[in-house]
Design a protein around this ligand. Structure first.
Ligand code: GH3
Ligand code: MG
Ligand code: MG
Ligand code: MG
Length: 315
């Protein structure tokens, strides 16, 4: 199949295609044992500004997907010597469930497209390639990827503060603790609760309280969100920080700094300067301990801090 240069002129794009072209940073993996086919596809796709990576076999494709989590879309041939497209599709669906997969089928053989769909592919493109069909099928899959990412982001965030929410904390926390363990490092949790928040709500209304929560969240992001920490709003006016690589002593030091910074910050609300303080309970996460058990212990330490007069850090 020989592509003439004028075939690359973009037709009048509407809807899906147009939107997907706004998401051109999508990385596409093209898998085909025939170099010529790979090059034709790669050229058609890179003309549309997608970033294209090529693999000459199923094994190479799987290795590339393992090494590059930013590869989100795979276009795969069927006939390949070591591992055919169906087997590759099944393997990708098992090992990389978020990757979109498009099979290449010959337009004279409908069984290949059916086989790809049965093996878990999301779509297929027929050969010989027709530029507009390829564009549209790629574009609609890219759009699905974009929407999924948007939904995942929404599901992980708290609407008021835009911090990670409790669900995300419990979904991602255990894996973060595990990476610390594998590196031989400790991990700790701090549970932070705003002092006398009810009074603040009573005095300034629920909206005022919300603004204070947002301000505290922004402060915490600045103080505690970083490469090795996981910060989340885990309750109404409760926030949790998972410190990776910090033992109890280190987590106590970090929490004390956070407490001081928040107490120092002057918050202006309804023409009034608020003296806002927080209490923090800290605990080190035990080996192979469940995250909710660690958080429960941090909650007990928080209770101790409240009993001892608030605006303090306890273990
Ligand atoms: P303590 O020092 O013992 O923590 O006292 P407190 O008044 O902060 O007591 P508590 O933690 O039990 O009160 C939490 C209050 O936070 C109760 C609830 O009405 C309020 N709250 C929870 N979520 C929100 C929210 O999203 N917005 C606002 N404005 N208030 C909230
Ligand atoms: Mg082939
Ligand atoms: Mg509370
Ligand atoms: Mg409170």
């Amino acid at each position: 199949y020989v592509l003439k240069d004028n075939e690359f002129a973009l037709p009048n794009l509407v809807g899906t295609v147009k939107r997907a072209l706004d998401n051109r940073n999508t990385r596409i993996l093209v898998v085909d044992d025939t170099r010529t086919t790979r090059k034709v596809l790669a050229r058609m796709l890179s003309i549309q500004q997608y970033v294209v990576v090529e693999a000459g076999s199923g094994a190479e494709a799987l290795a590339l997907l393992d090494a590059h989590p930013d590869l989100e879309l795979v276009v795969s041939d069927y006939y390949m010597p070591d591992m055919d497209g169906f087997e590759l599709a099944r393997k990708i669906r098992r090992s990389h469930p978020n990757v979109r997969l498009i099979g290449i089928s010959s337009s004279t053989d409908r069984k290949t497209s059916a086989g790809f769909l049965k093996a878990g592919a999301h779509d297929f493109v027929a050969r010989p390639f027709v530029l507009e069909e390829l564009q549209c099928r790629i574009a609609s899959n890219v759009e699905t990827l974009t929407q999924l990412k948007r939904l995942q982001e929404l599901a992980a965030r708290d609407y008021l503060t835009n911090l990670f929410n409790r669900r995300h904390f419990f979904e991602q926390g255990p894996a973060l603790v595990e990476t610390a363990r594998q590196a031989g490092l400790p991990a700790s949790i701090a549970l932070l609760d705003i002092d006398h928040f009810k009074q603040l709500n009573d005095r300034h209304g629920h909206d005022g309280g919300d603004r204070v929560l947002d301000a505290v969240a922004r402060n915490l992001s600045r103080l505690a969100e970083g490469g090795t920490n996981l910060l989340a709003r885990v309750g109404g006016e409760e926030f949790a920080i998972l410190f990776r690589g910090a033992d109890l002593a280190e987590a106590l030091r970090l929490s004390e700094t956070i407490r001081e910074e928040i107490a120092r910050e002057a918050l202006l609300l309804g023409g009034e300067t608020l003296a806002l303080t927080v209490s923090i309970g800290v605990t080190e996460i035990g080996a192979s301990e469940r995250l909710d058990a660690s958080l429960g212990r941090a909650d007990q330490a928080l209770y101790t801090a409240k009993q001892a007069g608030r605006n303090r850090v306890c273990a």
